[in-house]
Structure formats: structure tokens, C-alpha cells
Ligand binder design. Structure first.
Ligand code: GH3
Ligand code: MG
Ligand code: MG
Ligand code: MG
Length: 399
């Protein structure tokens, strides 16, 4: 379509001088044809470039003939094979790219208006125009039509550019999404990475501090994994880590739970709104799930299969305590599990938990104290006024 229009434009450019214009007259009345030809030749239109058709059928055949170079059609609306605006529609359907001027004996203004609204360049009433008007109508018709084609061309160019832009935008979005995923997913195990773990821990810590609800953490470490690599090779070690990661992921189900590869052969779980009882149960399920994998580990010092050591911690976060404290707490428990023989879970001693409770208590006391001070101040000033006016006693201060 775009190429078609461009070709038409280049054909027509600078070719509007009267002696070069190729016109098709579709008219069944020979007298009218002669009148038109006379008027045209008086205005220097070349009669050699004027073609005549007597019916719609003949006109269409002419417009469909290969290599025709008709630039403009003058159309009678009353023909042997078509009448009224249908005549116009039939021709327009075959040559929407060529300007059409209607030449009719019908003086009905409404038909003229409708024809122009539907794309005709003008509507000339037979016997009501002279050569000047005809020539001007042809010139304007050709120019207007060329402008229309140029606009169409620009519109199509714009559409092509817009489509290309949209396509590259979609590609960009897809790439951005992929990059976003790459930034938070561990390549080997396809679970979340350390970076995502840090983000989520921070968010959940602040959220649960407001809610005053528990946040739990499990740190898992594959036992004697160096020996596994040494015995079975690094690629087998990689596969083992993938299986362990999947097994751990399958244990947790809540949307807010997060399983991440914390580093090397260590995994970490964030379990929001989960208390110590809940997290202990999950840790045991993880141990069972890894045991069920039944991955041979003949060089392990503690079992003939791959095992985990787990450290568990749980606390109600507080805005004055950093979330790193929870990690340290779970890490201490993991260290204890390692030193006590591996292949087991240990729970962090709630020393920090009690520190947080102390902070809470102190903060509550401070609030109460402030409240009491306000009341006492009110009570003192109030009683002073009473003493002056009514000479009565006393204000009490206490909290
Ligand atoms: P422990 O029971 O005390 O945890 O002993 P360990 O051997 O598991 O711990 P250590 O820290 O001595 O060794 C960890 C090993 O984990 C060493 C390293 O080669 C292996 N490892 C870390 N990341 C990967 C990995 O991406 N792929 C493989 N195959 N091995 C890894
Ligand atoms: Mg007629
Ligand atoms: Mg380790
Ligand atoms: Mg280890």
C-alpha cells in the first residue's frame, strides 16, 4: 500500500500541466462528451490524452487495463448500467487512488453533498459551468488528491515506525523482565539468591515490627560437602546442590516464605508470621526431605548419605534492632549443630529475644512515665487555680 502510493505520487509529480493530464470521461451522451472535449481543448487539454467510456463496465475495464495512466475521471451519474450515487461507488471501488469529478444533469444539492462527502473531488451540473470552472475543478481535484496521497504516505510511514517502536519496546520489556529475574535468581539452583534474601529480610523485618508478629529464619548447610566434591567431582556436587534446593523449596508453601541460596552449600529460609514452634517443624521437614533424596555420600564422616545441619531462630522484630541480629542468631544455632555432630537442627537460645522484650518493656514504661508527667502537670496547675479561688486542697503526683 505504501509502495503503491509512493509510486502514484512520483508518477503524478510535476505532471499536472494541462496538456499532459490524462482524463477518462465516462458518459453515455455523445453531445455531453463533445461539450466537455470542446471546453477542455479551449483550455489547452490535449484531446489525445482524453479517453472516453460509455458505461460503467467500459470505464472499469479501462481503469483495470494494465499500464493505463489515467489521472482523473469525469463521471456521469446516469449511465446504461448504473444510476445515481451507485455509479460513483462502483467506479470509486475500482479507482480510489484516482480523483473523480461528477458531471451530472441532476441538480439535487443533497446528492452533490453526499458525493463530495464520500470522496468525489467536485460535482458539476451539466450546462451550469464553463471552461474556466471545469479547468479549475480539474486542477484543484488533482492537487487535493495528490495532497491526500502524500498524507496517506506519511501516515503509513508513521504506522511502520510506530509498529517497529512497539516491537522493540516489547523486546526491551522482555529483556528487562529477564534481567530482573537474573538479578534475584541463583543460576545453579534456580531458587532466590543472596541479594533477594537480603531485600526480603529487610522488608519483612520492618513489616513484622509494625505488626509485632514473629519472623523466623532457618540456615541450612550441607554436611561434609567438600568431601562430596572431592569424591564425586564438582559437576556431581552441582547436581546435588540442585536437588537439595528443590527438596527444600518443596517444603514451604506460603506465598511470603522465601528459600534462597545463601552462598556455596548454604541455604536460608525466611518465614514471616511463623513462631518458634512453626519454624522448628519446618526445619524437621527439610531434614526429612533431604533424607528422602537418599543421595549417596560415602566419604561423609557422619552418614552414608547427604545430610544437613540446620540453625533456627525466631523473634518479633523491633525497629531499634537490625535484622542482622536474626541472621547471627540462626548462624550461632547452625554452628552449634555443626559442633554437636552435624545432621541435626539446633534452635537459637532466645537471648536476643529477651533483649528485645526488655527494649519493649522499657519503651512501654517510658510511654507511661511521659503520660503520668502530663497528668501530673495538669493536676498541679488545676489545683493551684482551685486554691486561689476556692482555697481548697490538693494535687497528687505519682505514676
Ligand atoms: P561442613 O560439614 O563443616 O559444612 O563441611 P563442608 O565440607 O560442607 O564445608 P566447607 O566450608 O569446608 O566446604 C564447603 C564446600 O562446598 C567447598 C566447596 O567446594 C563446596 N561448594 C561451594 N559452592 C559450590 C558449588 O556451587 N558447587 C559445588 N559443586 N560445590 C560447591
Ligand atoms: Mg447519462
Ligand atoms: Mg558452609
Ligand atoms: Mg558444609
Amino acid at each position: 500500500m505504501y509502495k503503491e502510493n509512493s509510486a502514484l505520487l512520483s508518477n503524478q509529480k510535476n505532471n499536472f500541466s494541462t496538456e499532459h493530464v490524462q482524463i477518462l470521461i465516462i458518459e453515455d451522451d455523445y453531445e455531453d462528451v463533445e461539450i466537455l472535449k470542446t471546453l477542455l481543448s479551449q483550455h489547452k487539454y490535449s484531446l489525445e490524452r482524453i479517453t472516453h467510456a460509455q458505461s460503467i463496465g467500459e470505464g472499469i475495464a479501462c481503469l483495470q487495463s494494465p499500464g493505463h495512466n489515467i489521472q482523473l475521471v469525469i463521471l456521469d451519474l446516469s449511465l446504461p448500467d448504473a444510476q445515481g450515487l451507485d455509479t460513483y461507488h462502483s467506479i470509486y471501488a475500482h479507482c480510489s487512488k484516482i480523483p473523480i469529478i461528477i458531471h451530472s444533469g441532476n441538480i439535487d444539492e443533497s446528492i452533490a453533498i453526499e458525493a463530495v462527502q464520500r470522496g468525489a473531488q467536485d460535482y458539476l451540473v451539466k450546462g451550469k459551468f464553463d471552461g474556466h470552472l471545469l479547468s479549475r475543478t480539474i486542477r484543484y481535484g488533482l492537487e487535493r488528491h495528490q495532497q491526500f496521497l502524500e498524507l496517506q504516505c506519511e501516515k503509513q510511514k508513521l504506522q511502520t515506525v510506530t509498529a517497529a517502536l512497539m516491537a522493540s519496546n516489547q523486546q526491551l520489556e522482555a529483556m528487562n523482565q529477564m534481567l530482573g529475574q537474573l538479578a534475584i535468581i541463583d543460576e545453579l539452583t534456580q531458587i532466590h539468591n543472596r541479594r533477594r534474601f537480603d531485600e526480603v529480610l529487610w522488608t519483612e523485618w520492618r513489616r513484622l515490627a509494625r505488626e509485632e508478629s514473629p519472623l523466623s529464619l532457618i540456615m541450612c548447610d550441607v554436611d561434609n560437602f567438600k568431601a562430596y566434591n572431592d569424591a564425586y567431582g564438582h559437576p556431581a556436587g552441582d547436581r546435588c546442590l540442585q536437588q537439595v534446593a528443590t527438596a527444600i523449596s518443596n517444603v514451604v508453601h506460603r506465598p511470603a516464605d522465601l528459600v534462597a541460596r545463601y552462598g556455596g552449600e548454604e541455604f536460608a529460609l525466611i518465614l514471616p508470621n511463623t513462631d518458634l514452634k512453626g519454624v522448628t517443624r519446618i526445619a524437621k521437614e527439610i531434614q526429612d526431605a533431604v533424607q528422602k533424596l537418599n543421595l549417596r555420600h560415602n566419604t561423609s564422616k557422619i552418614s552414608d548419605q547427604v545430610t544437613l545441619s540446620l540453625g533456627v531462630a525466631s523473634m518479633i522484630p523491633h525497629q531499634n534492632v537490625a535484622p542482622g541480629q536474626l541472621i547471627e542468631s540462626a548462624d550461632r544455632a547452625l554452628y552449634k549443630a555443626k559442633t554437636l555432630g552435624r545432621n541435626q537442627m539446633q534452635v537459637s537460645l532466645p537471648d536476643l529475644e529477651s533483649a528485645i522484650i526488655e527494649v519493649r518493656k522499657a519503651s512501654q514504661k517510658a510511654k507511661e512515665f511521659c503520660q503520668s508527667l502530663k497528668l501530673a502537670h495538669y493536676s498541679l496547675t488545676h489545683s493551684k487555680r482551685l486554691e486561689k479561688s476556692q482555697r481548697c486542697q490538693t494535687a497528687q503526683l505519682g505514676w
